[in-house]
Write a protein that binds this ligand. Structure first.
Ligand code: SF4
Ligand code: SF4
Ligand code: FES
Length: 225
């Protein structure tokens, strides 16, 4: 397959033709904030709106997970217009997130903390009105818990679970503020149909899905670099 050469933040890289900017950057150790990208998934979810970058010659920032890298492209991941869009998206997301890092199993490995630092965004935002969901924690699975309040609706767990095809358990229910990850039948996450593969826990960026006993798991398979 043909490859393309481009520059990201001044670093010259090559990527297979058709590769999206986000993948090209992350594979070359250049971090771009993202929550909904999955390493094993070729097509982007394009749901989190955090991965904005600027491209030389273009007026508006673009989402790096949806735009293909092309030959001669010059990408800037640190442009102020792109970062401001990412900060707005991030702080909107955080307006419905119960921030209590000191008492959270994700503290120190949380992708939200990493993103806040990277884009100069705030975990506790004053920009938007706080609207918390206050949903019950599901403790029914022997291996892990599910705290829907910490969920950022990135969709990673749903995608990995759906790779099991007919035995898939997780999906989204409702729209807008009420949107939530749930089992298809609304049954507890410890239901018999759950194969306890823990793939969903491994990809969760916030520990909304968290191993009991605080195990760190086998390592995220999301796009953490
Ligand atoms: S998920 Fe991350 S940001 Fe949220 S409380 Fe836990 S450590 Fe803090
Ligand atoms: S439970 Fe975790 S992986 Fe699943 S959508 Fe929520 S934040 Fe993403
Ligand atoms: S990674 Fe691009 S929108 Fe989520």
């Amino acid at each position: 397959m043909k490859s393309v050469s481009l520059s990201i933040d001044g670093k010259k890289i090559t990527a297979k033709e058709g590769t999206k900017i986000l993948r090209a950057a992350l594979e070359n150790d250049i971090y771009i904030a993202n929550l909904c990208a999955i390493k094993d998934k070729a097509e982007p979810n394009a749901a989190c709106r955090l991965c904005f970058v600027e491209i030389e010659g273009e007026e508006e920032p673009v989402t790096a997970c949806t735009r293909e890298a092309t030959d001669g492209m010059v990408v800037n991941t640190r442009g102020e217009r792109a970062l401001e869009l990412a900060r707005t998206g991030f702080e909107l997301l955080m307006a419905s997130h119960p921030v209590d890092c000191a008492n959270c199993p994700a503290n120190g490995v949380c992708e939200l903390q990493k993103i806040a630092k990277h884009i100069g965004g705030k975990l506790k935002t004053k920009r938007f009105r706080q609207l918390l969901r206050e949903l019950p924690i599901d403790d029914s699975n022997p291996l892990f818990t599910y705290d829907p309040n910490k969920c950022v609706l990135c969709g990673r767990c749903v995608w990995v679970c759906r790779q099991r095809k007919e035995t898939a358990l997780l999906g989204f229910a409702h729209r807008g503020f009420k949107r939530v990850v749930t089992t298809f039948a609304g049954e507890p996450i410890g239901a018999e149909r759950c194969l306890d593969c823990s793939a969903c826990v491994e990809v969760c960026p916030t520990r909304a899905l968290a191993f009991k006993g605080g195990e760190k798991g086998l390592g995220y398979r999301g796009w953490v670099v």
